[in-house]
Design a protein around this ligand. Sequence first.
Ligand code: TTP
Length: 325
Amino acid sequence: HMEEIRKIIHIDMDAFYASVEQRDNPELRGKPVIVGGDPHSRGVVATCSYEARAYGIHSAMPAKIAQKRCPYAIFVRPRFDVYREVSEQIRDIFHRYTDLVEPLSLDEAFLDVTNPKIPIKYATTIAKFIKRDILIETGLSASAGVSYNKFLAKLASDLDKPDGFYCILPEDLEQKVWPLSIRRMMGVGSKTAQMLEQMGVDTIGKLAHMDVGLLEHLLGKQGIQMHELSNGIDGRNVEPVRESKSVGRETTFPQDIREQYLLETILFTLADDVCHTLRSSGLKGRTVSIKIRYPDFHSITRAVTLDSYTSSFEPVFDAVRSLMA
Ligand code: TTP
């Protein structure tokens, strides 16, 4: 029998942290605002206002570089409590329309409105209601993407930012999606993108027309999935309660640390913290990974999968230590 066509909405707040700061402090409105760490030490940009983006500033950029690009930018520290509050407000709004809500982060969620709580015929109408509710109740703007699967809904919410509204129907794939850069695809990292671009595959459309066997040969299972996504096929459901997949801790030092024993001491504390969290939440994990960031801000990760699930310090720290070595 034919599968019912689903109606999926993806909502993403615009320049989330920065918009909250501009909302709460009128002096910041209309100005380049950077939320994040200190440019005089090793702060990183969490996000920035659209005014700051005009200078080429973006998330994860060292604050020092951001300040060079825009000396008049205003730096503010994040206020996570306020962001969490707004996050709860928007989640309450989502739940007026459906309980099939899958939050991806504080400011972003998928909604399945195939059978909404309120009898509204069009998903596009619901998306507009949600945007309106968010604006009236939080004073903030969001972008909405509407489509028939998660991949396309998320893609859509990004195509008309800020205050965006974009809908992709099955018949729109060729015209609206295929001309887009493969870099817009979720799950395509810059290395994969580079490799594909070198083969001349720079758009989602070209990816859709690639031989799936070749893609599998190049990228394994991920290649098959990318081929499906680019052809508008994505069976993933909106999953209302997401179990946490990982527990982690990280820290940034005020000065570079190179001495292995010092790094081990710090990893010891971080690993101990992680194991405490695991135990107090009744969780266990099997894959241990570490991330190291170098003075030039490039980072590497290494992971190992243990034979069994654990929340005990010893096997975790053993793994951490050999990964660092
Ligand atoms: P995003 O939704 O990725 O970005 P954004 O809301 O700031 O801007 P856009 O309008 O382009 O969607 O991230 C949401 C929040 O998460 C962001 O406001 C700050 C935080 N964040 C970080 O702290 N570090 C990061 O590297 C990123 C990408 C986001």
